[in-house]
Design a binder for this molecule. Structure first.
Ligand SMILES: [Zn+2]
Length: 385
């Protein structure tokens, strides 16, 4: 669940590896078989991505999966713990260092149990304090997709989304979402069909009609993804922002300004009393564009002071905030919002990736405003203005 990966390693538990290797090397899309053996085969797809399959006997699958999952630094810690117990841990087994045989593990749970630890979720295995937390039985109860009740950045065909608000709301409700905020783009982002204040009046009327059709299956919030302009001002006057249910402010333009200037723009947005969420805070696009050169210390400090939420944008090209920033935000008590930034129905399923980043950041459902009850969320929004 890292933001990016290199190649793919797939592990299979089987006694007879032959049919597995046959199926794997004959997958459609494979342009080259680099290696075909009894325990390992290796292929290349047309787009250059490489994948390996490893076949292990079922009784050794736990150590093999744990070893392959890593990370290297996490595994170094486990091997040390094993040595303290007179065991040598490898991908095949725990071998007793006194020469009296080995312990086989069919599951990862057995691996950790042998070390006297609870199972550690893979997202935490980065040597960032997880082994110590596990020893003290203080692992966080990580957030899950089913905990998310609200999607607070969604686009409709009022700006650059593909579907109507009714279609989008129905698709979200089908996925268990109870609150949806339409954050169509603001006026200066012309390429996306950004909305004028006049157009917002019409959208508000359309929202009322749409809400009537939806009944209480899902609640629509009238929101906007407001552009933080190059001069640091927002795209609408405060009086208008105050009339919206939710304001999400984002950078899309002039991201390469000098550090001080671009940081100041985000700080202005954080300090605006009507802004509720900062969308995709750094503006990075994977793999093409680094985020803006922001002074994140200043941004976290201001966010902690004002109580504005920072987004984990779930789009695989964004994943912004990333895991290390999101963890810092949590430690500073800053609310986090995980949103899909959907422009189509299929985009709604990208929520999974945002939650994955949150899990890597040790987040629980208490840290994320999208998990709150509708009442708590609305009260929070009201209090913010
Ligand atoms: Zn955006």
């Amino acid at each position: 669940m890292r933001s990016t990966i290199g190649d793919l390693d797939i592990l299979v538990a089987a006694r007879d590896s032959k049919p597995v290797m046959e199926a794997f090397t004959n997958l459609s899309g494979v342009v080259r078989v680099l290696d075909k053996g009894e325990t390992k085969s290796s292929i290349e797809f047309g787009d250059g991505v490489r994948a390996q399959v490893w076949v292990h006997p079922p009784e050794k699958f736990g150590t093999a999966l744990q070893y392959a999952t890593g990370s290297k630094d996490h595994n170094v810690q486990l091997r040390q713990l094993a040595l303290d117990k007179g065991l040598s841990l490898s991908e095949h087994s725990f071998e007793r260092t006194n020469g009296k045989g080995e312990i086989l593990c069919a599951t990862e749970e057995e691996v950790y149990q042998t070390l006297g630890l609870p199972w550690i979720p893979p997202e935490l295995r980065e040597d960032r304090g997880e082994v110590q937390a596990a020893r003290q039985n203080k692992l966080p109860r990580l957030i899950e997709v089913k905990d998310i009740k609200a999607d607070l950045q969604v686009h409709s065909n009022w700006s650059d989304g593909k579907l109507t608000m009714l279609e989008m709301a129905k698709a979200a409700a089908k996925r268990g979402i109870q609150v949806i905020a339409f954050t169509d783009h603001s006026v200066s982002l012309g390429v996306t069909g950004g909305l004028s204040m006049e157009a917002h009046k019409k959208q508000a009327a359309e929202i009322r009609k749409t809400q009537d059709k939806l009944g209480d299956s899902i609640l629509i919030l009238h929101a906007s993804e407001v552009e933080i302009k190059a001069d640091g001002t927002l795209d609408y006057p405060d009086k208008f922002l105050a009339s919206l249910d939710l304001v999400l402010a984002s950078l899309h333009t002039s991201l390469r300004q000098p550090r001080e200037k671009v940081t100041q723009r985000v700080l202005n947005a954080i300090r605006n009393p009507y802004v509720d969420i900062i969308g995709h805070p750094t503006g990075r696009l994977i793999p093409d564009r680094e985020g803006a050169d922001l002074d994140m210390d200043a941004i976290f400090k201001a966010a902690a002071e004002t109580g504005v939420a920072l987004e984990i944008n779930a789009h695989p090209a964004r994943l912004d905030l990333d895991d290390t920033y999101a963890r810092r935000a949590k430690e500073m008590g800053i609310p986090i919002s995980i949103n899909t930034d959907s422009h189509s129905e299929a985009d709604l399923d990208m929520l999974f990736y945002g939650v994955a980043i949150a899990r890597r950041a040790w987040l629980t459902k208490e840290d994320v405003i999208n998990c709150w009850s509708t009442k708590k969320l609305l009260d929070w929004l009201k209090k913010r203005g």
